[in-house]
Design a protein around this ligand. Structure first.
Ligand code: ADP
Length: 400
């Protein structure tokens, strides 16, 4: 497929982008526009190893995307000679509700559905939609493909995605487990099968995406059958600032104690997790440093983090009827041997053993970290959500 694919990930005040060669899927240029709406906004742009940083005046996503296209055309070295080279734009969309099982070309009907699901992801979907609308008007002839964080998890059975609350709440408000980080879980699952030379359709896999947000997925024969994030990305594992699983009664108790619902939401999303327990930081490197220096709370934060992940691996191994492959990805999963060791400790009864040396040296790169005797293969695979979105975009265009 000739030309270039532009991948766009719009946050509330940022646009992350990467331009790929549509044929080879190699990166041509990338960048990040931050602080949209403040003065000044900041653009970091990279082409063939040459990085530039500029302060710019950008007040919305449309102006932001316009600027990015101009920079791709004009900044030296030039990433593209003309806008005609862009054959598709792939957009990351956080919430596709239960309308989308796969990536889809955006038309008015799709936009309508995205607006409908925006109430479930008020921080994420509105900027995603703004990005799509901007790209549609700036590149009107180019297909816009939406790639959803939730799509991969649409294969979960009802038993996994329904909560045991009145069924009418599911029917009326769509309250169910949706799951997130789907693009990443899907990508590393495919990569793991490829690396080991085994057919994805015959594997029982658990993938751990451990970054600022953390989630874990049970994948049977290449399909997500359960995942730890739920109705929102708050459920499940301990995260940088999010609590993960708690007893919902804590919410009502705190409200009874005088906290407003908004304050409780803020506590659980922004003041909990590694930060809340350690009192140090949401960044696991800081927490580890403090634990090393003797902080009991920092040690506790790491222990709770690893324990919760272990618990989910156990649950999913049972749900899968056994485990063939465990994958670590995300900033922590890719870079943190200590946490990987803590999570995998004492799992030899499952046939899972880590090779200490391989674990220690596999940092920020792909590698097998299980020992020779380990029946379960344990892999570290750096995730690449932009590449995965470019792949999905291309696949979708070739198939339709
Ligand atoms: P996001 O979920 O925002 O995409 P990342 O996947 O980049 O985040 O993960 C960010 C987290 O990864 C950081 O908060 C930090 O805890 C952890 N991390 C990043 N680099 C390292 C490293 N070299 N060693 C240990 N942890 C790291």
């Amino acid at each position: 497929m000739p030309g270039k694919i532009l991948v766009v990930n719009c946050g509330s005040s940022s646009i992350k982008y990467k331009l790929f060669d549509a044929d080879l899927l190699t990166g041509v240029a990338s960048g990040l526009l931050e602080r949209i709406g403040s003065r000044p906004a900041v653009l970091k742009h990279e082409v063939r190893g040459i990085v530039s940083r500029s302060e710019v005046d950008v007040s919305n996503h449309r102006q932001g995307l316009e600027l990015i296209l101009r920079v791709l055309l004009d900044a030296e070295p030039k990433a593209i000679a003309s806008l005609e080279e862009i054959v598709a734009v792939g957009h990351r969309v956080v919430h596709g509700g239960d309308s989308f099982f796969e990536a889809t070309v955006v038309d008015e009907k799709v936009l309508e559905a995205l607006r409908k699901w925006a109430y479930l992801a008020p921080l994420h979907n509105p900027p995603n939609i703004a990005g799509i609308e901007a790209a549609r008007s700036l590149l009107p002839k180019v297909p816009q493909v939406a790639v959803f964080d939730t799509a991969f998890h649409q294969t979960m059975p009802e038993t996994a995605y329904l909560y045991a609350i009145p069924y009418e709440l599911y029917e009326k408000f769509g309250i169910r487990r949706y799951g997130f980080h789907g693009t990443s879980h899907r990508y590393v699952a495919h990569r793991a099968a490829e690396i080991l030379g085994k057919p994805l359709e015959k594997l029982r896999m658990v993938t751990c995406h451990l970054g600022n947000g953390c989630s874990i997925t049970a994948i049977k024969n290449g399909r997500s059958i359960d995942t730890s994030m739920g109705f929102t990305p708050l459920e499940g594992l301990v995260m940088g600032t999010r609590s993960g699983d708690i007893d919902p009664s804590i919410v009502f108790y705190l409200i009874g104690e005088g906290f407003s619902p908004r304050e409780v939401e803020d506590i659980l999303n922004k003041k909990s997790g590694l930060l809340g327990v350690s009192g140090v930081s949401n960044d696991i490197r800081d927490v580890e440093r403090e634990a090393e220096a003797g902080s009991k709370r920092a040690r506790l934060a790491l222990d709770i983090f690893a324990y919760r992940a272990k618990k989910y691996i156990g649950a999913y191994t049972v749900v899968l009827g056994g485990l063939d492959i465990l994958v670590f990805t995300g900033g922590i999963g890719e870079n943190d041997p200590l946490i990987r060791r803590m999570i995998c400790d004492n799992m030899s009864f499952l046939g899972l053993m880590i090779d200490e040396d391989a674990n220690r040296v596999t940092v920020g790169r792909t590698g097998v970290i299980s020992s020779r005797q380990s029946r379960v293969k344990v892999l570290v695979i750096p995730t690449d959500e932009e590449l995965a979105i470019a792949e999905e975009t291309r696949k979708h265009l070739l198939n339709h």
